[in-house]
Design a binder for this molecule. Structure first.
Ligand SMILES: Nc1ncnc2c1ncn2[C@@H]1O[C@H](COP(=O)(O)OP(=O)(O)OP(=O)(O)O)[C@@H](O)[C@H]1O
Length: 551
């Protein structure tokens, strides 16, 4: 039996054990009364308990909760059903119904009351009795002939507790129980609607290899977030939280998002922005998201190579909708901060990128993304998590050597994971990792020297291709010499290859609203430079330049 089905079967087992012991105690008590008390005393005992019961029930009130309410199912009924299912194992209920839904992915066994059976519950010192009953239903055709209902009996002095505290508590507990059983989904956007698919990503915070303190911080932040409904209401802010997850490919950014979803039991809405053309479609998608969910935009640096805002051509303008706008970064951010955040709650927004320094400053502005998480190269604690995940080993004579080399070799957790899976035997897997790290470390040193030489060449290239004849900017004006006054930096991020039209594409962005791009010719790889230049308007500007070979 797998652990899930064992856990699921536990309530049924507990129930059977409890029922057996209660039945045994009842039999013992009855035989003691019969054996020890004389006949007259037995009669007195039975009428005394009857009188006591009658007196008690005189002050009893009842609330009926039926399974349907008009044509729709009654959500309170299903909440009570879930709530009681968790109580049955510890109650004295004699008959229960055990079932498993057809097609249920998890081997879960539900334990429910049988008709006529009772469960007693105690809340804040008050005792409540739940009973499952049914009534005939001859009035409404197309509905079952019998309608089940839970009858809640309680002393009338508890009336206020019932409505003010007990039933709300039952609903909350039922939500928690259901959340525990919730099957997660990942929703993918198709035009302006979402297509849900079951999410089976096994990543959890236990399996995620990352710096231990950082992991604790992220988990603590998430736990705080979901508890803070009242706090967000009090400060007048939408109940949402933004995460920017950045780091080189293969460091576990997507795995972290999956771990977050599994931890919070939130669905993921994976927004492929390049497939969304117009802001109106984006609005529909965002409004179509449910609460308790994660909006994920991966590789935001690439997705948001989105067009400047342009009105929709009149031929494409839908009747009566006026001018629509192409999706842009600011459009997305406005929606996320404005309209969307006001029509839902408990949402997490996650943007991922391999290149944080290529992001639009609007995204990095304080207050925009609440938490920035850097997923870096594999360190010692991340390696130990992987070693344990893949080989159930938490210590080994090679660990010292591995941990010494791992920092210098600049390997991603993804690479380490891949090497560790090459052998099922821990000994040879760790041996293989030592060799891999040695190669990576040596190669890393050589590559760094080559990169340095290349940076020098590429810097020259920028000056060469900056030919005013070919220059243009997005307004159709000729560009100037902005590109010529630049300073290369020694620590540019890895190259992201992207083509321009028929040669090298360069784009400049100046802080003072000065923005232009132009083509040139030449050789070299795509590279990103940032430096200070003097723009056409004579202002000192921050210049961002990208160029690359057409592919
Ligand atoms: N931090 C990590 N912990 C555990 N496994 C990891 C980690 N990083 C990478 N892996 C392994 O490498 C694979 C790729 O990782 P993942 O897709 O999460 O990385 P990424 O940073 O999102 O990469 P990309 O930027 O290319 O999308 C995962 O399926 C997982 O097996």
């Amino acid at each position: 039996m797998d652990p899930n089905s064992k856990a699921a079967a536990q309530p049924a087992k507990d129930f059977l054990a409890a029922a057996a012991s209660i039945a045994a105690s009842a039999m013992l008590a009855r035989s003691l009364v019969n054996d020890l008390l004389p006949k007259e005393a037995r009669g007195y005992f039975s009428s005394a308990t009857k009188a006591l019961r009658a007196r008690f029930s005189a002050g009893q009130h009842t609330v009926n909760i039926e399974e349907v309410e008009g044509w729709s199912s009654n959500l309170v009924y299903s909440a009570v059903q879930s709530y009681l299912a968790a109580k049955i194992s510890s109650s004295s209920t004699r008959r229960v119904r055990v079932s498993k839904r057809a097609g249920a992915e998890k081997k879960s066994i539900g334990v429910f009351l049988e008709e006529g059976e009772e469960v007693t519950d105690t809340f804040r010192g008050c005792e409540f009795k739940w009973r499952l009953l049914s009534r005939d239903n001859n009035l409404v055709v197309d509905q079952p002939k019998k309608i089940q209902l839970y009858q809640l009996s309680f002393d009338r002095t508890y009336k206020d507790v019932i409505f003010d505290a007990y039933l709300p508590y039952v609903l909350d507990r039922a939500d928690e129980i259901k959340a525990g059983e919730k099957k997660l989904k990942i929703h993918l956007n198709e035009q302006d609607w979402w297509m849900p698919i079951s999410l089976h990503h096994p990543a959890t915070f236990d399996t995620l290899a990352m710096d231990t303190d950082l992991k604790q911080d992220v988990m603590g932040d998430l736990a705080r977030f979901v508890e803070r409904k009242e706090y967000y209401r009090k400060i007048g802010r939408a109940w949402k939280r933004g995460y920017l997850i950045h780091g080189p490919p293969g460091t576990g950014k997507s795995s972290l998002v999956a771990a977050m979803a599994n931890y919070l039991k939130f669905d993921i809405y994976d927004l492929e922005l390049t497939a969304v053309k117009w802001n109106s479609a984006l609005k529909r998608l965002l409004i179509g998201m449910k609460n308790k969910s994660i909006l994920l935009v991966e590789d935001i640096d690439c997705s948001i190579r989105l067009r400047r805002r342009e009105p929709r051509p009149s031929s494409e303008t839908p009747c009566g909708r006026g001018k629509d706008e192409r999706v842009t970064l600011s459009g997305l951010l406005n929606l996320v901060d404005g309209l969307w955040s006001s029509c839902g709650e408990e949402r997490i927004v996650v943007f991922t990128t391999n290149y944080k320094d290529r992001l639009d400053p609007a995204l990095l502005r304080p207050g925009r993304m609440d938490v920035h998480v850097h997923m870096g190269y594999c360190g010692a604690s991340a390696f130990r998590t992987l070693a344990y995940n893949y080989h159930d080993v938490d210590d080994h004579p090679l660990f010292g050597e591995i941990e010494e080399m791992i920092g210098e070799a600049k390997v991603t957790p993804g690479e380490v994971a891949e090497v560790l899976t090459r052998s099922g035997d821990a000994e040879s897997a760790f041996g293989g990792l030592v060799e891999f790290l040695q190669v990576k470390r040596d190669r890393g040193t050589e590559e760094e020297e080559e990169m340095e030489d290349k940076r020098e060449e590429e810097f020259d290239l920028v000056s060469n291709v900056s030919n005013p004849e070919n220059d243009y900017n997005e307004d159709g004006l000729h560009g100037g010499s902005t590109s010529r006054t630049m300073y290369s930096r020694a620590d540019w991020p890895p190259i992201n290859f992207r083509g321009g039209r028929g040669g090298y594409m360069q784009s400049f962005r100046g802080r003072g609203g000065h923005s232009q791009s132009f083509r040139g010719t030449g050789e070299g790889n795509l590279q990103s430079y940032r430096g200070r230049g003097r723009g056409r308007r004579g202002r000192r500007q921050f210049v961002n330049i990208v160029w690359g070979r057409v592919v």
